[in-house]
Design a protein. Structure first.
Length: 744
């Protein structure tokens, strides 16, 4: 009997498990990797074999499909063996990086173990995977461990079926593996008996350090020096991730639900956005971590070096953030990191094949809203509802790419803002690497954004020429809606609220507050927010006072945001300014008017800082607006701003009043959007309404929408596997391009 296994069956200890089961049952035959699958031939008892294998499946393995074939008795097998891999069609799931397992962690701190304090300890159940893979099949020669030859003891473990490291491709030890070196501020090597302790002591003393991890470099400092760190790193307001020693230490900083804890302690170890503890909301240090926010990004150690670092640190929590110059990707090369100008560096000599940032998740009622889908979660297959070979290149910021083959779609790791040349090159490399991993040599279509000036379209053009593939220019918010349909396995049309900062519309205006009726082959714009001018284009996103100025002018009201000379210039500029229906800019204007945030130092800052006010607000003010239009309904926002100005008057608002005004105003806008969406859904007999776009990370807004949808007897559909924001755009582009191609 030939049995072919598909799924997560490479690099996860699957072959050793099969070997042990077959030997225990006295079976004869073989097992081997075939690139797209694992092939097993056994001479008898397949039912017993499958039952025992299922019971003893390694923790990371996942079988998605099994094929059986009776084969004539021919070659006689004297025993059961693992034979050399073959390079077949590549459609298997590539294993993701996973946290050090309990067995390895125990050995790491066992003084009698030969891997005691060895920072590269791993086994078949854990360790770097995707970040270390150059090609498939998943054999040592195709990983970053190719350069490190196994010593006699490691080879014995590798060859022993009873050992946890049997056929573990990336194992090593202190005698044959990579090693760390400490460097000073100017890149000079520092000689010390205990490199990790030396580095930890410097961090405790207030130094800013760089640590090389699996997928790139991390910047590290203790919380007490965060003010200096922000000035040094030129990031005055952007939140930083905090790594806590363990879950107990994490709970000292934040209110952690059972679902939060499940994510924090999972094999993937993502950064989880959790609420600061009530008694820590005014904590000066925590406010420095995430200024003006009620939440904080926390995660736990996932690699041996991080556990070792905490074994020496006095602090229970440290800043641990990606090391990259502004606008550039995370640094992976030792030679290039010294330009960061840190105080101390702890770097290893193993190559990072695939740079990969830490994943970031906003948890909500059992769902995972990925801000950044990266380490631990890529590449994982989804269903694009087509069988074409397509590449989606994404938008412009927070970009990912996606590739599809054989009714599966795979997302790259988080890339970043491709306007920067080095990020653009990273975008190219990550895309071509996925194509290589899955053996895709022909591409039938390219999905790109409709925006005429996006840098990603240059890459789309390159791919189109290389593969002689048609480019499909796909409207940004349609791609958002389609990405949600892929995420939740919905093939029928969906009514979706797509709320974000900006996306180029099919009418030439800037969209961002839309109600769409979407399928994978077409969409209809059902409703939008009222247009407001973005004076100076992107400048309005950086300076929301410009948005408020434009709103005041449209209402015929006086404003005091600018002096007379500047106001005169802005009035003239209004006539040529782009018009926008953006929900993100709507939130920015509210945030600025209430004195919460009037200057953007990181993406979405004014709206993000408004979130804590929405969290604490109540619907204690009566805001009223109306819906106009026939073909495309318009939810009027100017009346809402007029009411806001009238409610607040010239008095100084209390914090409670700000909370309630913001909540009441935003609720009214969302209620009217849901009203239009539900009317369309009822007419089309659709039982649900979707919510996608960058605003969908704002949990108070999700709750408002969910309540409004439920009130109308419908179900709210939100994301779980695909990023809500622009990180999911490439998935929507891929699904739409592939389905249109199939329809043709």
């Amino acid at each position: 009997m030939r049995i072919v296994f598909y799924g997560l069956v490479q690099g996860v200890g699957f072959r050793p498990a099969v070997y042990r089961v077959a030997k225990s049952l006295g079976l004869k035959g073989f097992i081997r990797n075939n690139g797209s699958n694992v092939e097993v031939v056994i001479d008898k008892d397949q039912e017993d074999f499958l039952a025992k294998l299922k019971a003893e499946l390694p923790p990371l393995a996942r079988i998605t499909r099994t094929e059986f074939e009776d084969i004539p008795s021919g070659e006689e097998y004297k025993d059961f063996s693992i034979i050399l891999s073959e390079d077949g069609e590549r459609s298997s799931v590539i294993p993701a990086d996973t946290a050090i397992c309990d067995g390895c962690q125990k050995e790491l701190f066992d003084e009698d173990n030969r891997r005691y304090h060895f920072p590269f300890i791993n086994c078949t159940d854990c360790g770097a995977r995707f970040s270390a893979i150059a090609s498939v099949p998943y054999d040592r020669k195709n990983t970053s461990m190719k350069a490190f030859l196994l010593c006699e003891k490691c080879q014995d473990e590798y060859d022993s079926p009873s050992d946890r490291r049997f056929y573990a491709q990336t194992i090593s030890c202190v005698d044959d593996g990579p090693h760390f070196t400490v460097y000073g501020k100017d890149g000079e090597e520092i000689s010390t008996d205990n490199k990790i302790r030396f580095f930890a002591d410097r961090i405790d003393d207030g130094a800013i350090g760089v640590l090389k991890s699996w997928g790139g470099m991390h910047l590290i400092c203790n919380l007490e020096v965060l003010k200096r760190f922000r000035k040094w790193y030129s990031r005055p307001e952007k939140p930083f991730a905090v790594m806590a020693r363990n879950i107990k230490a994490a709970k000292e900083l934040a209110s952690i639900s059972p679902f939060d804890e499940k994510l924090l302690t999972s094999l993937q170890r993502p950064i989880v956005i959790v609420m600061k503890k009530q008694n820590r909301l005014e904590d000066h240090l925590l406010d420095l971590v995430s200024p003006g926010l009620d939440n904080i990004g926390l995660y736990l150690p996932y690699s041996a070096i991080q556990h070792l670092l905490f074994s020496y640190l006095k602090n229970d929590a440290i800043i641990m953030t990606s090391a990259n110059p502004p606008g550039e990707p995370i640094i992976i090369d030792n030679d290039g990191v010294f330009k960061m100008g840190a105080d101390i560096y702890l770097l290893h000599n193993r190559q990072v094949i695939n740079r990969i940032d830490d994943s970031v998740i906003v948890p909500f009622e059992g769902s995972t809203y990925f801000i950044r889908k990266s380490r631990g979660y890529v590449p994982i297959a989804l269903n694009p509802h087509h069988e074409k070979r397509v590449i989606g290149v994404g938008a412009e910021e927070n970009v990912t790419a996606s590739v599809s083959t054989g009714s599966k779609i795979y997302l790259t790791q988080y890339i970043g803002d491709v306007r920067d040349y080095n990020v653009y090159e990273f975008h190219r490399q990550a895309t071509f690497h996925l194509l290589e991993l899955f053996g895709i040599k022909e591409v039938e279509a390219i999905g790109a954004d409709l925006h005429p000036l996006y840098t990603s379209k240059r890459f789309a053009s390159e791919l189109s020429k290389k593969y002689q593939a048609e480019i499909f220019q796909i409207q940004h918010h349609w791609a958002h809606a389609a990405s949600l349909m892929v995420d939740r396995e919905i093939s029928e049309p969906m009514v979706c609220l797509t709320l974000d900062g900006a996306g180029y519309g099919s009418d030439g205006t800037i969209w961002g507050g839309e109600v769409l009726l979407s399928s994978f082959t077409e969409f209809e714009r059902i409703a939008r927010l009222e247009h407001i001018p973005l004076i100076g284009g992107d400048k309005a996103a950086e300076d929301p006072k410009r948005i408020l100025f434009g709103i005041s002018e449209m209402l015929g009201m006086q404003s005091s945001y600018f002096d007379d000379s500047t106001a005169s210039i802005l009035k003239k500029a209004m006539n040529n300014s782009p018009m926008s229906s953006s929900f993100g800019r709507f939130l920015d204007a509210i945030s600025c008017y209430l004195g919460i945030c009037c200057k953007k130092t990181y993406d979405g800052e004014p709206a993000i800082k408004l979130e804590r006010y929405l969290n604490r607000g109540e619907k204690s003010y009566d805001f009223h607006t109306k819906i106009e239009g026939s073909d495309v309904k318009v939810i009027k926002t100017l009346p809402l701003f007029k009411e806001l100005f009238e409610y607040s008057g010239s008095k100084t608002l209390s914090e409670k009043e700000k909370c309630d005004l913001a909540y009441s105003m935003v609720s009214e806008a969302l209620e009217r959007m849901v009203q239009v969406a539900s009317e369309c859904a009822s007419e089309k007999e659709i039982p649900y309404i979707g919510l996608s776009g960058g605003v969908a990370y704002d949990l108070p807004i999700v709750r408002i929408v969910k309540e409004a949808v439920a009130k109308r007897g419908l179900t709210l559909i939100t994301h779980n596997h695909v990023p809500c924001g622009d990180g999911g755009i490439s998935v929507g582009q891929n699904a739409i391009a592939g389905n249109i191609l199939e329809q043709k």
